[in-house]
Design a binder for this molecule. Structure first.
Ligand SMILES: Nc1ncnc2c1ncn2[C@@H]1O[C@H](COP(=O)(O)OP(=O)(O)OP(=O)(O)O)[C@@H](O)[C@H]1O
Ligand SMILES: [Mg+2]
Length: 238
């Protein structure tokens, strides 16, 4: 089976700071790949490089067989690559419905009518129906996080990049997110998921990728990566 995403030799420097260093990996269609790493490891930067928000210093990104290394973010969205933001960026003055519809129209490339129908489904899938007419900028934390997932899902992506939705939530809320992300995967969306909550990453992913100081430390079965000596050294400081 061909990989949905191929990353080769990806590097990024901000001035003298090398934030991504020669990172290479592949993501298969249908999998959930978790990304772990300490604060500042370069996880969010990696998403910026994949989604086209940050231009790489070197390397190549291939998505669904196409070289997208030079493609701008909006073009990648149209090809089926959607991301959430660690710090959510909804259009605060627009309602939840309007936010999702905008994503469906311009990210998902749907017609007005198709977008209305799809947004209703996204609202149902993410448990957000009751908030459809609320201003996105006024949502409480849990709903703001769901909205961030819903906005990405509204783009009808093939690949969804999820950046820390579980941070600051209770165990029960985290479990709801695990179920939600897995139901999104079941609907046919491939997922790369950054999270600090180790329990989530161990139980809810198919594979894990560990980053440290911009370098790929390990990639593979969650338990193997968790037990990898380099990963343990980074987390336990041993
Ligand atoms: N635009 C930028 N200009 C300069 N340095 C940056 C920029 N964006 C990120 N960095 C630096 O790059 C490094 C990696 O940041 P990044 O946000 O990717 O880490 P992260 O793994 O997502 O961390 P966290 O777990 O805290 O979210 C950090 O040292 C950060 O300060
Ligand atoms: Mg981050």
């Amino acid at each position: 089976m061909a990989a949905l995403l191929r990353v080769a030799g990806l590097s990024k420097a901000f001035g003298a700071l090398q934030v991504t260093q020669d990172v290479s990996f592949e993501v298969q269609a249908g999998e959930i790949l978790g990304v772990i790493g300490p604060n500042g490891a370069g996880k969010t930067t990696l998403f910026g490089l994949l989604a086209g928000n940050i231009p790489p210093s070197a390397g190549r990104v291939e998505f669904a067989g196409e070289d997208i290394t030079a493609a701008p973010a909006h073009e990648r969205a149209r090809l089926g690559l959607a991301r959430t933001f660690q710090v959510p960026r909804p259009f605060g003055h627009m309602t939840v419905f309007e936010n999702l519809k905008t994503a469906a129209r311009f990210g998902g490339n749907l017609s007005d009518e198709e977008a209305d129908a799809w947004v209703e489904r996204v609202l149902a899938m993410t448990g957000m129906q009751s908030t459809a007419d609320q201003l996105a900028g006024r949502l409480p934390l849990l709903m703001r996080k769901r909205h961030e997932l819903a906005r990405a899902l509204a783009m009808k992506p093939k690949l969804m990049l999820v950046d820390e939705v579980a941070a600051g939530l209770t165990d029960q809320e985290v479990n709801q997110f695990i179920q939600l992300v897995q139901s999104i995967r079941k609907s046919g969306v491939t997922i790369i998921w950054i999270e600090h909550v180790m329990k989530t990453m161990l139980s809810a992913t198919d594979r894990l990728l560990a980053l440290h100081s911009g370098r790929l430390l390990a990639i593979g079965k969650p338990q193997d990566v968790f037990n990898h000596p380099d990963v343990r050294r980074v987390y336990l400081g041993a």
